[in-house]
Structures are given as C-alpha cells and as structure tokens.
Design a protein around this ligand. Structure first.
Ligand SMILES: O=C(O)CCC(=O)C(=O)O
Length: 271
C-alpha cells in the first residue's frame, strides 16, 4: 500500500527517514536555544542553581525544573518563529506530501508546537482526542494533514502517540472537557482502546495523520524528555476557524504571499 492509500485507509501513515539529519540537528539547536533562555531566567530568578548547559538535550529541562514540575513549560508555540524551525515546517518533501493530500493551496495551521514531554508530569499528558474535536463546526470538518515528528526516539516507554487505525471514518465524535485538553467521551473510546497502535518512531520519521483519527500521547515513564514537534497543514482555501490565519507555505493562487524561506519565517509571528 502506498503512503497515501494507508493514510486514507487507516487515518495515518509513518514516512520513515524523511527529515534529513542536518535539518533535525538545526531544529534541536533551536530548541536548545529556547531552553537556554528559560535557563537564564530561572537562574536570574534564583529558581535554578545553574543553567545546566552541559546537560544532554533530553534531560536538561528535568534538571532545570527539579522540584518545580508545575512550572515546566509543556509546549512552545509563538517561540517557534526562529529560522531553523522552517527547515521542518517548510520542508519541500513534506510540502509535496501535504500538496498530494490537500491540493495546491497549503497553509501551516496556526498551532505548530514543540513539546518537551517530561517524565511523570500529568500536565504533558494528551488524552484521547480528534484534532477536529477542536475545530469542527456543524457545517464542515477542516481539510487538514497533521504531522508529528520526534527529536528523540519515541517509544511506548517515553510516551509515543497511540492511534486507533480507521477511527477517522467515524466522523467527529463527542468530546468532553478535561483539565487541560478535550478528551473523547468514555463510551466512544472504551470499546476501541484494544485496537490502539503505539506509534513508535525515530528522529527523521514523520507521522502523517488525519484530523479525525483518534489519538493520544502515552505517559512518559522513562528518565528522559520525549521531545517532539507537531503541526498541521490545511487547505488554505478554507477558513482556519480561529482568530489566527497561519502562514501560506504553498500556493498557485497567491505565490507572493508564500513564506519565502527561513529568514522570512523568523521575521513573522504566530498569527
Ligand atoms: O505529542 C503528543 O503526545 C500528542 C500530540 C497530539 O495529540 C497532536 O499532535 O495532535
């Protein structure tokens, strides 16, 4: 089965090794720079004894926020307008896949995220949901392609995603409000939980999934941080149904409005 057939049949597919090592390394550098800023603030506020600059990428935030789990950032979003994140968001191979699913007008939807998922921290737990649970109206489900890619190997132990294959065919189901996120109503998800597949994957791999597929992030039971990025491409002929419009990344109709590269990306903001 081709990737797009599997995407349509199961609601997701994993494209292995799509993101080159240098692109990933540059993204890790940008995340490290964000952690540097946090570290400097923690030290100057007297909340951390050191910036732990020599600590590995996948443990440094654990050291920085020792005893302050409630203060750990769980997501970076406006902060991602730094040049080298565009190597990922504007990755030509990835945009080709997005175009194959969505057509020639493609925007980066305005909720791109980097997640440092720290061990045993309930605030980083993402419960069963459909992304369309957040954006669907009675009239329409947005045409989207969701992307998830890890910066460290993502395993069942460190909290990889789980997906229920084929669940995107059920339409938008009932969600309930939980403490931090929406979650699919128990009577819907309970009978299907045994069918869930753990989406174990490596840096460089991208998980492409439907905004209708049931998915969640497992708890991180390891000793390190599960760093990952998730973002969404949308058919840009549709509204975002948010106050923000995102950024055009491919277009035949409005080529001059397409983000032209890394520097342009860094000069823009989350909007
Ligand atoms: O990263 C995770 O644990 C969950 C991500 C997710 O739910 C999403 O990208 O929609």
């Amino acid at each position: 089965m081709s990737w797009i057939e599997q995407f349509r049949e199961d609601g997701y597919t994993i494209v292995r090794g799509l993101i080159e090592l240098d692109v990933r390394a540059a993204v890790v550098e940008e995340c490290t720079a964000l952690v540097d800023l946090l570290a400097e603030r923690l030290v100057s506020d007297g909340k951390a004894p050191s910036t732990f600059a020599d600590e590995p990428f996948d443990t440094r935030m654990i050291r920085l926020y020792e005893g302050r789990a409630d203060e750990t950032p769980t997501i970076f979003r406006p902060e991602l307008h730094r040049a080298d994140f565009f190597g990922l968001f504007g990755h030509p191979g990835l945009l080709d896949l997005a175009e194959a699913v969505l057509g020639p007008e493609v925007r980066l939807y305005p909720n791109y995220s980097a997640r440092p998922k720290l061990p045993e921290n309930d605030r980083t737990l993402v419960l069963w949901h459909q992304d369309a649970g957040y954006t669907a109206s009675d009239a329409d489900v947005l045409r989207m392609l969701n992307v998830w890619t890890p910066l460290v190997p993502a395993t069942r132990e460190n909290g990889c995603m789980e997906i229920v294959p084929g669940s995107h065919k059920r339409g938008v189901v009932r969600h309930e409000k939980d403490t931090y996120y929406l979650r699919i109503a128990d009577e819907v998800i309970r009978p299907l939980e045994d069918e869930a597949v753990a989406i174990e994957c490596d840096p460089g791999d991208v998980v492409l999934f439907s905004n209708l597929v049931f998915h969640r992030g497992l708890p991180n039971r390891s000793q390190h941080i599960r760093w990952s990025l998730d973002f969404r491409y949308q058919d840009a002929t549709q509204p975002t149904m948010r106050a923000m419009n995102g950024h055009l990344v491919r277009s035949r109709l409005r080529p001059l409005e397409v983000v032209s590269g890394a520097d342009a990306w860094a000069s823009l903001s989350l909007r």
